[in-house]
Design a protein around this ligand. Structure first.
Ligand code: SF4
Ligand code: SF4
Length: 467
């Protein structure tokens, strides 16, 4: 299963411009409204240019937040400079409190905007006026903070905004679920409130569809050919925001800069060693994702990174060049293979050649993961019986010749393959909790180079995160 974006070419960059804010919402923390740190625009531009230099095929959706980002003293130059970078779309997450005249100018540089509505301070008519200055094609989201302890006022506010903006087709009212990330310890919804939130569109119907891709991704949960729309807020209400053990593309599909200039792969990684710091102009881009070890994926930005719970993970950075593949194929052709016997002594169709003499570039290329490996070998087969690999927990499989896909099944009796390993030259990390069958003895031999590990990859953070 996968959680994917409709447009996988997007990179989400969240920038915490400042830790200061003009409001003091009771569920917020002083380090978000009374802080003194803020970023310098030159450092931000350095990082954005680095991202573009690293990959200029992506579209960079930049989310400016805080504190209150619109009060950053260099905000005008930040907006103008980012706007000049053509593959960049910028939007705010803002309380929207700056005057309408300020927004009239700012909106020219924005691809859209997200307004957080906080009951304590909200002036609905002001927010309506601000929304009205935006061009009609720019998506606007009004996040109505649905505080379970102040339910009726929250609902009235959402209704007032919905009514005031009913003619604005690019604007929608979105429920914001209060969860453990906010400091409301008794913020648990009653069954009735939950039901209302899950049927939110009955009360606040969506208007004509507008393209929101420049401010947030449309997400899908995909399994085989099935694809269902993933609604983040509903997922939070129904515990579908738990990805423990999944491979998460945090750091690959996006990153987060905090107000001190530290670059993190995701909000959930803020307290760990990050990717670097933009103030000292030192940032490293990861080439693999991370295995999630969190009980919940809390942040709206984090939820937009792709996540995979597949039996295979493709690792393009470890794929072989044609020359390297040819060299390994040449080596294997001079080796002796022995039939690999299953523990009960029944041959499963695999032949192996263990601990071969390998060229030095192999050790160099895989140096970061070889130290966690159990063995390295060449493998050949043209058929296998169904089996699970009991002696290894996961493996890196590199096909050396191109033949038909290998099918993997969930159980011995299942008819439909749950995964196919395509021998297209890629390098795959394979979890061995699955059942394997190649069922055509008349096929040609297929050859692989394989590195075997002691731990299943979905549990083994340490060697998946090395680059
Ligand atoms: S507007 Fe946002 S940053 Fe400001 S106090 Fe409220 S929750 Fe915190
Ligand atoms: S909690 Fe962090 S690691 Fe886990 S899925 Fe969310 S972003 Fe990824």
């Amino acid at each position: 299963m996968k959680l994917v974006q409709e447009d996988e070419n997007q990179y989400i960059l969240e920038i915490e411009l400042t830790t200061n804010c003009n409001y003091r919402c009771y569920y917020c923390t002083p380090n978000l409204y009374a802080g003194k740190t803020q970023l310098d625009y030159k450092d931000i531009l350095w990082y954005v240019d680095k991202l573009i230099e690293n990959d200029n095929t992506k579209i960079y959706n930049i989310r400016l937040l805080g504190g209150e980002p619109t009060f950053h003293p260099q905000i005008d130059i930040i907006l103008e400079e980012l706007y000049n970078r053509k593959i960049v779309n910028v939007h705010f997450v803002t309380n929207g409190s700056r005057p309408v005249t300020w927004w009239e100018n700012a909106q020219k540089f924005l691809a859209g905007c997200i307004f957080s509505i906080h009951q304590q301070y909200a002036k609905p008519q002001h927010i309506i006026n601000v929304c009205n200055v935006f061009d009609d094609h720019k998506p606007l989201e009004i996040l109505a903070m649905m505080d379970p302890n102040n339910w009726d006022p929250a609902l009235n506010l959402a209704t007032e905004l919905y009514t005031g903006l009913k003619d604005k087709n690019n604007c929608r009212i979105v429920k914001k679920i209060i969860d453990d990330r906010n400091n409301i310890t008794d913020g648990i919804y009653t069954d009735e409130q939950k039901k209302f939130l899950l049927n939110w569109n009955d009360s606040f119907p969506r208007k004509r569809k507008h393209n929101r891709s420049k401010i947030s991704s449309t997400l899908f949960l995909k399994e085989g050919k099935d694809k269902i729309k993933y609604r983040i807020m509903d997922a939070k209400l129904t515990n579908k925001d738990v990805f423990k053990g999944w491979l998460c593309n945090a750091g690959i599909d996006g990153s987060i800069i905090d107000a001190k200039g530290n670059v993190h792969k995701s909000a959930c990684f803020r307290h760990k060693k990050g990717m670097g710091n933009i103030k000292i102009k030192n940032v490293n881009f990861p080439s693999t994702g991370i295995i999630c070890d969190k009980n919940k994926c809390n942040c709206l930005t984090d939820l937009q990174f792709r996540k995979f719970n597949d039996s295979f993970v493709e690792l393009p950075h470890l794929s072989l060049t044609e020359e390297e593949r040819a060299e390994l194929y040449q080596i294997q052709s001079s080796l002796n293979y022995i039939a690999y016997d299953k523990p009960k002594g029944v041959h499963d169709g695999n032949y192996i050649s263990k601990n071969p003499k390998l060229p030095s570039w192999v050790y160099d290329k895989f140096k970061n993961i070889i130290k966690y490996s159990k063995s390295m070998l060449f493998l050949k087969n043209k058929w296998t019986t169904m089996h699970t690999d009991l002696n290894r927990k996961s493996s890196l499989t590199i096909p050396l010749n191109i033949v038909t896909p290998t099918n993997f099944y969930e159980t011995y009796t299942s008819q439909q393959p749950i995964a196919k390993l395509f021998h297209n030259g890629s390098t795959f990390l394979q979890n061995n909790e699955i059942i394997h069958q190649v069922a055509n003895p008349s096929e040609n031999w297929r050859y692989f180079f394989q590195i075997n590990f002691r731990e299943p990859f979905i549990e083994s953070k340490k060697w998946m995160t090395v680059n």
